[in-house]
Design a protein around this ligand. Structure first.
Ligand code: HEM
Ligand code: CU
Length: 635
C-alpha cells in the first residue's frame, strides 16, 4: 500500500459511522448546494413578485443571494458539517462520520489535520489554475493595443475574476496546506485545537471559489478585486457573487485564525518554549493575528453592500446620502493587513528553509520574530495609502506615508536575518532552496518599488497604472508564490510520502524565475509610460513591450505546467518513496516516520532543544519520545 493511501485517520469506533452511498461527502454537498440554491432562487422570486418593498429593487439580487445562502447550508449539510451543531441544538451528541481510506477521504469532511492539509493543497491548486488561465486570457487581449479579443466588459470581468480568485485562494495558500499539516507536528501536538472548525474552514474555501466562478454566468463584475462603490452598487447580479464569496473567504480566515492561535498557545508539547518555536510557526501565529482582526471588517462591509443592493439602505452610494469612502476605508482596513496575511507566511517558509540548506543556525531568531511582530502591528496603521489620490483630507497623507515607509524596517529585519544566515555558508542548492533564494530577489524588487507608491508625490502619478500591477505581482507572485513552491518541494516528501523529480523541479525553477522577471519587470516601464490598469486598450507605441510581456507570460504559464506534470507524475505514476528525513533537517516534523502515524507522536513527547542548531556536533536531539514525560496541555 502506498503512502498516500495509508489511512491517516483513526478508524471509527464500531457502530458509529455510516457507510456506502448514504455517507456524508462532497457529492452530497454538491447536491445540497444545487437544491438549496434552487430553493433560494424560487423564494427570492416569489418575494420579488409579491411585496411592495421590493418593487424598486432588482429582486434578482435578493433571489441570487438567498440562493447562495441556502446553497451554502445545503452544501455544508451534505458534507455532514452541520451534524454536530444541529445535534447539539437538540441536546444530543452527533454520530461521527466514518472516516474513509484511500483517495475517498479527501472528498469528505475529515477532522485529521494532515488530511485537511492535503485537501487545501488540491482545493487551492484547482482554483489557482483557473486564476492562472484568466491571466493568460488577459495577456491574450493585451497582445494588441486596440483590436479586441474580448468586449471591454468581458475584459473587466476576466481581470476581476483573476484578481479576486488569486487573492482569495492565496490568502490560504501557505497557511492552508502547510500550516494545517505542519503546525501541530512542529509544536509536538496530536492535532489542531478545533478539528471540526478546521474542516469547516477548509470546505467553505472551494465553495467560495465555485461561487466566484459562477459570476461569469451572471455577467461578471466590473470592479476588479476591490469592489468599489458606486460602480459596485450599480453593477449587475455578478456583483452579489463577488460579495458573497469574499465574505465566505473572510469567515474562513477568522475561523482559521482562532484555531491556529489556540493551537499554538495551548497545544505545545512540554519543552516547546516560545524561544524554541520554529520560525514558520511564528509566521503562522502572526498571520493569524492579522486574520482575526482584518477580515471582520471585510465581512461587515460586504454585508452593508448587500443591504444596499437588496434592501434600499444607503451606506455606500452618494446619490442616496451614503459615502463610497466608507467602503474604501472598511475595505482597505482589511485589504492592507491582507497583503501581509499573504506575505508573512512566505517570510516564515523561507527562514525555515534557509538554515536547513545553509547548514547553519538561523541567525538572529529574535530579530526575525520581532520583525514579524512589527509587521503585524504596523499593518493596521497604513491602510489609507490606498486612498492617497481619492480626495482624502490632504493632512492625513504624511502620517500614512510615514507608517507605510516604517513597515520596511521590520521587513528589513527579515532580509537581514536571511542574509546573515547565508553568510559564509556552504549552501546546498536544492530546488526548495533555489525557490527560497529567489523569494528574496523578487520580494526585494517588490518591496523597493512599493516605496515609490507609499511616497505621496510619486504615487500621484503612478497610482492606477501598470507600475502598481508590476509592484504587487512582484510581492505576491514573485514573493509568496515562490515561497509556496519552496514549501511544496521541501515538504511534499512528508505530506505525500513521495519525492518530486529534481531535474523537472530545476527546470520549473529556472523557467519560472526567468519568465516571471521578464513578464513583470517591463511592466514597471509600461506603467511609467502611462498605461492604466483595467483597460482593454492602450497606446499603440506600447505594443512592443506588451507583446514581450504577453509572450513571457505564456512561457511562465508553461513553466507552471512543468510543475503540474512533475506533481502528477511523481504522485500518481513514479511514486518514488521518500525517506523520513531527506534534507537531514532538525525540526520536529522530520523526526517522524513517513507517512506520519495517525496520532502523530507515538506517546508523549518532550522538546529538548531548538530546531536550528545546525553545524554543532554537540547539539542535543530536538525531542525525546516516551511514556515518562507529562502529556502536553490539551491532549
Ligand atoms: C502568469 C502569471 C500572471 C500574469 C501574467 C498576470 C497578469 C495580470 C494582469 C495583466 C493583470 C492586470 C490587468 C489590468 O489591470 O488590466 C493582473 C491583475 C491582477 N493579478 Fe495577476 N497575473 C499573474 C499571476 C498572478 C498571481 C499569482 C496573483 C496573486 C496570487 C495575481 C494577482 C492579481 C491581482 C490581485 C490583480 C488585480 C486585479 C484587479 O485589478 O482588480 N496575479 N494580473
Ligand atoms: Cu496597502
Amino acid at each position: 500500500m502506498s503512502a498516500m493511501e495509508t489511512p491517516a485517520t483513526a478508524p471509527a469506533p464500531a457502530g458509529t459511522g455510516r457507510s456506502g452511498l448514504l455517507t456524508f461527502n462532497l457529492l452530497w454537498g454538491l447536491v445540497g448546494l444545487v437544491v438549496g440554491y434552487a430553493i433560494g432562487l424560487w423564494i427570492g422570486h416569489r418575494m420579488g413578485s409579491r411585496f411592495d418593498w421590493t418593487a424598486d429593487i432588482d429582486y434578482n439580487d435578493i433571489a441570487v443571494l438567498l440562493g447562495y445562502s441556502l446553497g451554502t447550508l445545503g452544501y455544508l449539510g451534505g458534507l455532514g458539517i452541520l451534524n454536530h451543531p444541529i445535534a447539539r441544538l437538540f441536546g444530543r451528541s452527533a454520530r461521527d462520520i466514518a472516516p474513509r481510506t484511500g483517495w475517498a477521504r479527501y472528498a469528505q469532511a475529515s477532522t485529521d489535520h494532515k488530511v485537511i492539509g492535503n485537501q487545501y493543497l488540491i482545493g487551492i491548486g484547482v482554483f489557482f489554475f483557473i486564476g492562472g488561465l484568466n491571466a493568460m486570457l488577459i495577456r491574450t487581449e493585451l497582445l494588441h493595443p486596440t483590436t479586441p479579443t474580448f468586449s471591454p466588459g468581458q475584459y473587466l470581468t476576466i481581470v476581476g475574476l483573476h484578481g479576486s480568485m488569486m487573492i482569495m485562494m492565496v490568502s490560504s495558500i501557505i497557511l492552508g496546506p502547510f500550516g494545517h499539516y505542519f503546525v501541530p507536528l512542529m509544536i509536538g501536538s496530536k492535532r489542531m485545537a478545533f478539528p471540526r472548525l478546521e474542516a469547516l474552514s477548509f470546505w467553505i474555501l472551494p465553495l467560495s471559489g465555485l461561487i466566484l466562478t459562477t459570476t461569469i454566468a451572471y455577467g461578471g463584475f466590473p470592479t476588479g478585486w476591490t469592489g468599489y462603490p458606486t460602480l459596485a452598487s450599480q453593477a449587475d447580479i455578478g456583483m452579489d457573487g463577488y460579495l458573497f464569496s469574499f465574505a465566505l473567504v473572510g469567515l474562513g480566515m477568522i475561523l482559521n485564525a482562532l484555531n491556529m492561535l489556540v493551537t499554538v498557545f495551548n497545544h505545545r508539547a512540554p519543552g516547546m518554549t516560545w524561544a524554541r518555536l520554529p520560525i514558520f510557526v511564528w509566521s503562522m501565529l502572526t498571520t493569524s493575528v492579522l486574520m482575526l482582526l482584518g477580515p471582520p471588517m471585510l465581512l461587515a462591509a460586504a454585508f452593508m453592500e448587500v443591504l444596499d443592493r437588496t434592501s434600499g439602505t444607503a451606506f455606500f452610494s452618494s446619490s442616496t446620502g451614503g459615502s463610497p469612502f466608507l467602503w474604501e476605508n472598511l475595505f482597505w482596513f482589511f485589504g492592507h493587513p491582507e497583503v501581509y496575511i499573504l506575505a508573512l507566511p512566505g517570510f516564515g517558509i523561507v527562514l525555515e528553509i534557509l538554515p536547513v540548506f545553509a547548514r547553519k543556525p538561523l541567525w538572529g531568531y529574535r530579530l526575525a520574530v520581532s520583525g514579524m511582530l512589527g509587521v503585524t502591528l504596523l499593518s493596521f496603521m497604513v491602510w489609507q495609502h490606498h486612498l492617497f489620490v481619492s480626495g482624502i483630507n490632504a493632512s492625513l497623507r504624511p502620517f500614512y506615508m510615514l507608517t507605510t515607509e516604517l513597515i520596511s524596517v521590520p521587513t528589513g529585519f527579515i532580509f537581514l536575518v536571511g542574509i546573515a544566515t547565508l553568510w559564509r555558508a556552504r549552501i546546498r542548492y536544492t530546488v526548495p532552496m533555489l525557490f527560497a533564494l529567489a523569494f528574496f530577489v523578487n520580494f526585494l524588487i517588490g518591496g523597493l518599488s512599493g516605496v515609490y507608491l507609499s511616497d505621496v508625490p510619486s504615487d500621484v502619478t503612478l497610482h492606477g497604472s501598470f507600475f502598481v500591477m508590476a509592484h504587487f505581482h512582484y510581492t505576491i507572485m514573485g514573493g509568496l508564490v515562490f515561497a509556496f513552491f519552496a514549501g511544496i518541494y521541501y515538504w511534499l516528501p512528508k505530506m505525500a510520502g513521495v519525492e518530486l523529480n529534481e531535474t523537472l523541479g530545476k527546470i520549473h525553477f529556472w523557467t519560472a524565475f526567468i519568465f516571471f522577471n521578464s513578464t513583470f519587470l517591463p511592466l514597471f516601464a509600461v506603467g511609467m509610460m502611462g498605461m492604466p490598469r483595467r483597460t482593454a486598450t492602450y497606446a499603440p507605441h506600447l505594443q512592443f513591450l506588451n507583446d514581450w510581456v504577453s509572450i513571457s507570460a505564456f512561457l511562465l504559464g508553461g513553466s507552471m505546467l512543468v510543475f503540474l506534470g512533475n506533481f502528477v507524475w511523481s504522485l500518481v505514476v513514479s511514486r518514488v518513496p521518500a525517506p523520513a528525513n531527506p534534507w537531514m533537517a532538525r525540526s520536529l516534523e522530520w523526526q517522524l516516520p513517513t507517512p506520519v502515524p495517525v496520532g502523530n507522536f507515538d506517546g508523549p513527547v518532550r522538546i529538548l532543544a531548538g530546531p536550528y542548531e545546525y553545524g554543532d556536533p554537540t547539539a542535543p536531539p530536538v525531542m525525546e519520545l516516551g511514556p515518562a514525560v507529562v502529556p502536553s496541555a490539551g491532549d
